[in-house]
Design a protein around this ligand. Structure first.
Ligand SMILES: C[S@@+](CC[C@H](N)C(=O)[O-])C[C@H]1O[C@@H](n2cnc3c(N)ncnc32)[C@H](O)[C@@H]1O
Length: 224
């Protein structure tokens, strides 16, 4: 599967058979899709804008947006937030920097792997991420990094998607799961809440919408 010769092994050494693409594969795929994502920003806002507002509208302090893509979350973060975005795709990072410029707001966007964040422990008040755990080769590793860089009294806010709890819709997703993954590197039959059991994050609130396909999650670093 790997187009760049990188290993598919996740950071703890295991390979998830349902997520065979490496980070290199995924970066390449999203480099190809960045232009299209940026051009369809208006449609994205129409559909997901209210959800992003609901999930991230009260983010505060120093805010890290993990797998920020084209910066779709930025306009929904309070103007007072000190924003840092990261993404594995160089072209997504470029589009996110354009979005910051268009919004005329400060902030920094870096190319970085969510599973190996180059930030010190406890360095953000809020960590946000949208539609990302479906894509990470190892979502547990990425969530663990979010927990590490979040202050002990901070929050991790996610807007995620997964398998519908309406059986007919869920079965359609099962049927198309491989094809969907090949095209978007997206494991759309995941249960986003299931990853947390293996992390140092405690889910304090969650809300499921749209036939069970969208989940808004608030988590906090688990007290030591
Ligand atoms: C479906 S897009 C979502 C983008 C954005 N968060 C949004 O809501 O529009 C998934 C994003 O995850 C990024 N991504 C995937 N694996 C990553 C990783 N290991 N580290 C950082 N970013 C990653 C992709 O490059 C892509 O921009």
């Amino acid at each position: 599967m790997s187009r760049d010769g990188l290993s598919n092994a996740t950071t703890d050494g295991h390979t998830d058979q349902s997520r065979p693409m490496s980070s290199g594969d995924i970066a390449e795929l999203y480099d190809e899709m960045a232009d299209c994502y940026a051009r369809l920003g208006w449609a994205n806002r129409l559909f997901s804008g209210p959800l992003r507002q609901r999930a991230f509208g009260d983010a505060s302090g120093r805010v890290l947006d993990v797998a920020c893509g084209t910066g779709s979350n930025f306009r929904y973060l309070p103007a007072t937030a000190q924003l840092v975005g990261v993404d594995i795709s160089e072209d997504m990072v470029a589009a996110a920097r354009d979005e910051l410029a268009d919004l005329r707001r400060g902030g920094t966007v870096y190319r970085m792997d969510a599973e190996d964040l180059a930030f010190p422990d406890d360095s953000f008040d809020t960590v946000v991420s949208a539609l990302s755990t479906c894509t990470f080769p190892d979502p547990v590793a990425a969530l663990s990094e979010m927990a590490r860089v979040c202050r002990p009294d901070g929050r991790v806010l996610l807007l995620e998607h997964g398998r519908s709890d309406v059986e007919l819709v869920g079965r359609f997703q099962d049927w198309r799961a491989d094809a969907h993954y090949q095209k978007h590197a997206c494991q759309w039959t995941q249960d986003p809440l299931a990853h947390f059991a293996e992390t140092d994050l405690t889910v304090v609130d969650s809300e499921t919408l749209f036939l069970g396909m969208v989940t808004i999650i608030e988590a906090r670093p688990t007290a030591a």
